[in-house]
Write a protein of this length. Sequence first.
Length: 294
Amino acid sequence: MSKCFADGLPAGQLDRAPFKFRHALLDHPALAIEGLAKVLPELAPGQVRYSKGLADLRINFDHAHVEHRNGLGLAETIETIRGGNSYIAVSDPQTHPAFRDLYADLCREMTALLRQGGQSKTIHEPRIWLFIASPNAVTPFHFDRYSNVLMQIRGSKEVAVFPNFRPDIVPVDVCEAYMDRQPIDALWRDELDQHAVKFDFRPGDALHIPYTSGHYVKNGAEDVSISLSFFFQTDQTLRWTRAMQFNHRMRRWSKAVGLRQTPVGHSHWLDATKSHALPCAEAVSRMARRLRRA
Ligand SMILES: [Fe+2]
């Protein structure tokens, strides 16, 4: 059992604002490029996506591995990543023994923080993602369905984080559709940049990116970047997620009867009610689909 995060984190700020702190995973053997070169080919093929090193904030991050292939195999991509132009994203490496203890340590520490901050009695849906990218690669603007702690292992980058629950940055209907697992278009517009808080991010740094906060990343020029994201849901973010799924499924019906939906994140009572009523919204959606087919 080892410690992952520095002491004294502002646990009460989770999912309200981004904050930077320090992590203690720099020397973890599985996170060195040599460890990754051994582990990645042993994961299921669907867990390792790779593409060209991206250069445009407007690219749809979810489709990059399909729409921007680098034309190489995985072994060659890893071998050439420092001097080449590639981007590798790895989901849930904790299925490999090399990551199991690290995953358990992250879950244990984050659970303690969530209890301390009052957001949650426990952690939900904890996941690890790894990002390995050539110098100067860009992670396009996007938002995630989770609360996130991003940890830098090697190389430097600039991370831009945007406030969450801001319809002028991520429109409400787009956010709700994405939280209901629907595909969405890329969202970047240059004028959004004025709303970013930008963090200089170096090895040993960790950054909390709040739930659904938009963000983009620009890698430094001097080295390959290796970073790890620890994603999770809390009691609060699960409630928000279900309430957004409720809004998304009821949108067409609400419009038809002239009702205006209240966006999520403004009323604890309303969000909780919608979260509990999600099965009803699912039933209404199923019935509407059947009626349309008939
Ligand atoms: Fe992200």
